[in-house]
Write a protein of this length. Structure first.
Length: 196
C-alpha cells in the first residue's frame, strides 16, 4: 500500500479509520490497524487521539465540518430565513442518509455498536451542537438581516433546529424532506410570534 506523505498525519489516520468503519464496522477498528493503514507507528495514533474515544470524537467533528459546509451553501442560496432553514435542514438530513460514516454508526446492530460514537452523537453531543449552533447562527445573521429575534432568542431557536436535525439523523421517524419541512414550520411560527 502506498501512503501519500503529503497528506497530514491526522487526516491520513482519520481517512484510514473511516475506511475501516465503513467496510468492517467500528468494532473491528484497532489503533494498530489504523497505524498500519496510514504508514505510521501505533504510538503516533495514540499521540494524535489518546484513545479510541478520542478518535471517534475527531471523526465526528470532521464529519460535522462537511455537514456545516452544506448547511452554509444551502442557506446562502435562499432569500428568506424560513426557506434558508428548510434548505439547510434538507441538505443536512439528506447528507446524513448518504454519509457512510453516519449510516454505519446509526444502523449498526446493537451488539456491533460501540458506545463511543452513539454517545458522541447523543448524550455527549454538546461539542457538536455548540459548533453547529455557532456556524448556523452566524449564517443567519450574515444572510438574513435584520433577524427579528434577540441574540438570546436566536441562540435558542438555532439550538432547537440543530438538536432536531441531529435527532432526525440518529433516529429518523419520517423522510428527510418532510422532517426539514416540519423544522422550518416551527421556525416560521417562532418568527411570527416575534413579529418577523
Amino acid at each position: 500500500m502506498t501512503v501519500d506523505v503529503r497528506v497530514p498525519v491526522r487526516e491520513r489516520l482519520l481517512d484510514a479509520a473511516q475506511a475501516v468503519i465503513e467496510t468492517s464496522g467500528w468494532s473491528s477498528l484497532t489503533m494498530a490497524g489504523i497505524a498500519d493503514a496510514a504508514g505510521v507507528s501505533r504510538q503516533t495514533v495514540y499521540n494524535e487521539f489518546s484513545n479510541k474515544h478520542g478518535l471517534a470524537e475527531q471523526l465526528a467533528m470532521r464529519e460535522l465540518g462537511r455537514f456545516l459546509d452544506i448547511v452554509r451553501e444551502r442557506m446562502a442560496a435562499e432569500t428568506t430565513l424560513v426557506d434558508g432553514i428548510r434548505a439547510a435542514c434538507e441538505g443536512a438530513l439528506l447528507m446524513g442518509e448518504q454519509s457512510l460514516l453516519v449510516r454505519t454508526i446509526v444502523t449498526s446492530l446493537p451488539e456491533e455498536q460501540d458506545a463511543d460514537f452513539l454517545q458522541i452523537l447523543t448524550t455527549e453531543s454538546g461539542e457538536i451542537v455548540e459548533a453547529a449552533v455557532t456556524v448556523v447562527k452566524q449564517s443567519v445573521v450574515d444572510l438574513f438581516p435584520p433577524v427579528p429575534l434577540t441574540d438570546a432568542e436566536l441562540e435558542v431557536a438555532v439550538e432547537v433546529v440543530v438538536r432536531l436535525v441531529l435527532s432526525a439523523i440518529t433516529r429518523p421517524s419520517k423522510p428527510s424532506l418532510e422532517a426539514a419541512e416540519d423544522i422550518a414550520w416551527i421556525i416560521g411560527l417562532a418568527l411570527k410570534g416575534a413579529g418577523g
